[in-house]
Design a protein around this ligand. Structure first.
Ligand SMILES: [Zn+2]
Ligand SMILES: [Zn+2]
Length: 123
């Protein structure tokens, strides 16, 4: 990993300088500049926390519906699945014994490659 990606202080405070009034229902508009900085899109979830007398608003990143991971998510039907899970459930099963993909035979919903089958039949 690049060590100097963020050489500056992690706790940089930026003045947005936009006071917003809370309406009668407790709603407040997130200033456009903040939305841009956080990459917020309509429909994104925000998590509100009370931290040291401040309200901290965190963008809730979607996570993989299968493994809970947050890397390289793809969205399908409103669900997020990470690319690792996608490649695992894609139409390329691999051999339960050696992990190879390719010429596989399936037995009892497991896949075994023909090489392993040959090796086993020699035993
Ligand atoms: Zn996953
Ligand atoms: Zn195999």
């Amino acid at each position: 990993m690049g060590a100097n990606n963020h050489s500056r202080s992690k706790h940089e405070t930026r003045e947005i300088g936009t006071a917003r009034q809370i309406d009668q229902l407790g709603r407040v508009v997130v200033p456009a500049e903040l939305r841009k900085m956080l990459g917020l899109q309509p429909g994104d979830l925000l998590d509100f926390r009370f931290v040291d007398g401040h309200i901290a608003v965190l963008k809730v990143d979607p996570e993989c519906a299968l493994c809970g991971g947050r890397e390289q998510l793809l969205e399908r039907h409103g669900k997020h699945v990470c690319s690792t899970c996608v490649s695992e459930i894609r139409d390329e099963p691999n051999c339960a014994i050696c992990g190879r993909t390719g010429e596989l035979v399936s037995r009892h919903e497991k896949f075994v490659c023909t090489t392993c089958v040959d090796e086993m039949s020699l035993v």
